[in-house]
Ligand binder design. Structure first.
Ligand SMILES: Cc1cc2nc3c(=O)[nH]c(=O)nc-3n(C[C@H](O)[C@H](O)[C@H](O)COP(=O)(O)OP(=O)(O)OC[C@H]3O[C@@H](n4cnc5c(N)ncnc54)[C@H](O)[C@@H]3O)c2cc1C
Length: 435
């Protein structure tokens, strides 16, 4: 933009220098609006979760990875200390800086990602209910997602389908309203649902009209114990994250009461009417949930990356070849230096996006996607490098780095693949429909 003749004169170098000196010398008197110093509460929560991750989660990681089963006893232990449950999650979320949630996730997933996902997988369904539900729905369904410490439950968020992964608009699960019984009837197949079929509460994305793409979607609460017509399909056998249950979910004339659509039927009817008239609609059920959860998912990837980095650093300082510690070779030491730098850089992106999300700053440049993309890539790269630093040991199941590498790869894939995150960022920065 060129300055008009009547515009205020631009500051000279000396004006700017003077302003800078004033800012520096006067800093003590100003309110501090930016800090990376964690509060005492944040440090306490970080250390508490780290203790659980080190004492309970990590020692059990190998066993549950081999069993490929949901570690119910560990979820229960997490519930007993308040780490798993509505109150805990609400406390983490309440932090106005937005940092507590990623800090908790990083520490827990540092312990183990499979067990971590068994504990945090419920949060995606909770995020959908919290983000799209009415006050009454939040009060009714969120506590049910967790159960109690004596009778723990998990929840599932079911958006993906065999033919609708990256392209969420391709969802074909269909919801129709039956006026006679005042119920929704849902039919379709959901794929890859974390906790699918073993969850008490399933949040199911279905379309009211496939012609409307994602603008025709709505989110329905389907309680496993009450709704007829919902069942688990085959459980998926996976490369990593094997302590976390993943399965298809079938909805076969599944009926739920009218009030089970998140946000309420009246609002949904109004929204669909607006969309049919060609007006804009901001609410796209699945996308809203993913956008808010991306920095948290990035923090999980960071936890895995940090575990691998710390392990590789210790190993490199112990292992000797050619009469010296392997870290004394620059190629090893520089790799570790880069690992540390990349992890810290990814954390800054995660914290920025978490802070923006919590303080209601709009993601103008898809900062949520940036954080998840970077953290996922760093986790895959850092865990692969950790295997390299451990050599043959790194490739065996006797050492945890191969598991961390298998676990890390999912962060390039779920909640939007690396390619889709780039698409989101590219569209945001260009304002164009990049394909
Ligand atoms: C362990 C696990 C847990 C999961 N948990 C859940 C869950 O709880 N709930 C849920 O709803 N879903 C879940 N998912 C599904 C997950 O979100 C999808 O797998 C993911 O969105 C990718 O979809 P897809 O697998 O169909 O891949 P596809 O969409 O078929 O993509 C295949 C490849 O094509 C690329 N591609 C696709 N479109 C484009 C494009 N436009 N431009 C460039 N490249 C493109 C992709 O990036 C990818 O590399 C889970 C998946 C796994 C593996």
């Amino acid at each position: 933009m060129s300055a008009s003749p009547s515009a205020a004169p631009s500051p000279t170098v000396s004006d700017a220098a003077e302003a800078a000196v004033e800012a520096i010398t006067g800093a003590a008197h100003q309110d501090v609006t930016f800090s990376l110093e964690l509060t005492q509460d944040q440090k306490d929560i970080r250390d508490w979760v780290h203790g659980f991750a080190a004492d309970v989660v990590r020692p059990a990681a190998h066993e549950w990875d081999e069993k490929e089963q949901t570690p119910w006893p560990i979820i229960q232990e997490a519930a007993k200390i308040g780490l798993y449950g509505f109150e805990g999650l609400a406390q983490f979320f309440a932090d106005p800086t937005g940092l507590t949630l990623p800090i908790v996730n990083e520490e827990l997933f540092w312990g183990d990602a499979g067990i971590g996902m068994s504990i945090m997988g419920t949060a995606l369904a909770v995020a959908a209910i919290f983000g799209q539900g009415s006050g009454e729905q939040i009060g009714e369904w969120i506590p049910r997602c967790f159960g109690t410490a004596d009778d723990v439950k998990v929840a599932a968020f079911c958006a993906s389908e065999p033919n609708a992964g990256s392209d969420v608009s391709g969802v074909r699960a269909r919801a129709k309203f039956d006026e006679a019984t005042n119920e929704w009837i849902i039919n379709g197949q959901k794929a890859w649902a974390t906790n699918g079929g073993i969850a008490d509460v399933h949040v199911v994305i279905a379309t009211l009209d496939p012609e409307l793409g994602s603008r025709g979607h709505a989110a329905f609460v389907v309680p496993m114990s009450e709704a007829k017509g919902i069942s688990q399909g085959s459980k998926v056998s996976k490369h990593g994250l094997r302590a976390s249950h993943t399965a298809d979910v079938f909805l076969d004339d599944c009926r739920v009461p009218a009030g089970h659509v998140l946000g309420g039927k009246e609002k949904l009817d109004e929204r669909i009417a607006r969309v049919r008239e060609g007006k804009r609609s901001n609410s796209q059920a699945a996308m809203q949930t993913f956008e808010s959860s991306r920095p948290t998912v990035g923090a999980q990837a960071l936890g895995i990356a940090r575990a691998a980095y710390e392990y590789a650093l210790d190993y490199a300082k112990e292992r000797e070849q050619f009469g010296r510690k392997i870290i004394e070779n620059q190629s090893i030491a520089f790799t570790l230096a880069r690992m540390k730098m990349e992890i810290d850089a990814a954390r800054l992106l995660v914290w920025r996006a978490s802070w923006m999300g919590r303080s209601q700053h709009t993601f103008e440049n898809a900062e949520g996607s940036m954080s998840k993309l970077k953290a996922g890539e760093v986790a895959v790269w850092a865990t692969e490098r950790a295997i390299q630093i451990l050599g043959g040991n790194g490739y065996t199941r006797e050492f945890p780095v191969e598991r961390w590498h298998r676990d890390a790869k999912i962060y390039d894939i779920f909640e939007g693949t690396a390619e889709i995150q780039q698409l989101v960022i590219a569209r945001a920065i260009s304002g164009m429909q990049i394909r």
